[in-house]
Design a protein around this ligand. Structure first.
Ligand code: SAM
Length: 285
């Protein structure tokens, strides 16, 4: 029975194992049942699904996921949490697999294959210090995932949904919107966690597109342009692209491409939408 989400149950487990929170691993454990229910229902998990959980902690969400899914593969970096999960909180669930590893160093297709499947839904209360590398890694490496339902910092959820010209708009917005449809499922206050994080949180659902909303023949090149544009976002697009070590483009080439696309040569990258970056990428590649 999933009941760890009660604060007193979480504290009991932490005391029983004399567990010390590790700040470097971004450990903020969920203690609010309404938020847990929101995440589980937003993820739309069925008994057909395998769930990949990133950072199970003491297993609060893992228990609920095990009840909703066919199987749950939980990847946890902190070795001190493994005995708690294996010998205690997940011991009654025969559909849970716990892996002690860094998610950024995990070969996700191989892990899924070892567990008899070739795709999964990702569900996680993410460690905030590596939210962007985790999300970008899943998307850019085309990890075999159907959807990503994650708790992130509120500010990151806003960036994922931002539109051109907005101060929060950047490379993360474009990557998320190229690969997925982002949807904000809930805002979550600080008191829903032990210990409390310093920032507000949000649950965001990323539904992967079957086909991206824009057509581009060299996705990698388009993302090099995007990264270069936002690495120096105060500069004009021409200067930002010209200065990028990832690209070898001359001022003339970039100005010619912008003119061909009827764009102002003094435009900044933050004014371009996905469609414009795709068209620019086609002309410059
Ligand atoms: N899922 C739990 C919950 O909701 O209560 C814990 C969430 S806590 C915000 C993040 C978890 O991710 C911690 O258990 C932490 O140890 C783990 N973690 C941090 N970095 C990780 C990494 N690189 N790979 C896998 N797990 C990681």
């Amino acid at each position: 029975m999933a009941n760890l989400v009660k604060p007193e149950e979480t504290i009991k487990i932490l005391k029983k194992y004399n567990f010390n929170f590790q700040k470097k691993f971004g450990q903020n454990f969920l203690i609010d049942s309404h938020v847990l229910d929101k995440i589980i229902s937003a993820a739309e998990i069925t008994k057909e699904d395998t769930v990949l959980e990133i950072g199970p902690g003491i297993g609060t969400m893992t228990q609920a996921l095990c009840e909703a899914a066919k199987q749950v593969i939980a990847v946890e970096i902190d070795k001190n949490l493994i005995p708690i999960l294996e010998n205690d909180t997940l011991k009654d669930y025969d559909n849970a697999v716990v892996v002690n590893n860094d998610i950024l160093a995990t070969d996700i297709p191989a892990l899924l294959k070892e567990n008899g499947t070739d795709s999964a839904k990702v569900v996680a209360n993410l460690p905030y210090y590596i939210t962007t590398p985790i999300i970008m890694g899943l998307l850019e490496k085309h990890a075999p995932v159907k959807s990503i339902t994650v708790m992130v910092q509120k500010e990151v959820a806003v960036r994922m949904q931002a539109a051109p010209g907005n101060k929060d708009y950047g490379a993360l917005s474009l990557a998320v919107q190229y690969y997925c449809e982002p949807y904000l499922a809930a805002n979550v206050p600080q008191n829903c966690f032990i210990p409390r994080p310093n920032v507000g949180s949000a649950v965001i659902v990323l539904k992967l597109h079957d086909t991206p909303p824009v057509k581009v023949s060299d996705e990698k090149f388009m993302f090099k342009l995007i990264r270069a544009a936002f690495n120096q976002r105060r500069k004009t697009l021409v200067n930002a692209l010209r200065n990028s070590p990832e690209l070898s483009l001359t001022r003339e080439q970039i100005e010619e491409a912008l003119t061909k696309l009827n764009m102002d040569i003094n435009i900044r990258g933050e004014m371009l939408g996905l469609e414009e970056f795709a068209r620019l990428s086609e002309v410059l590649k």
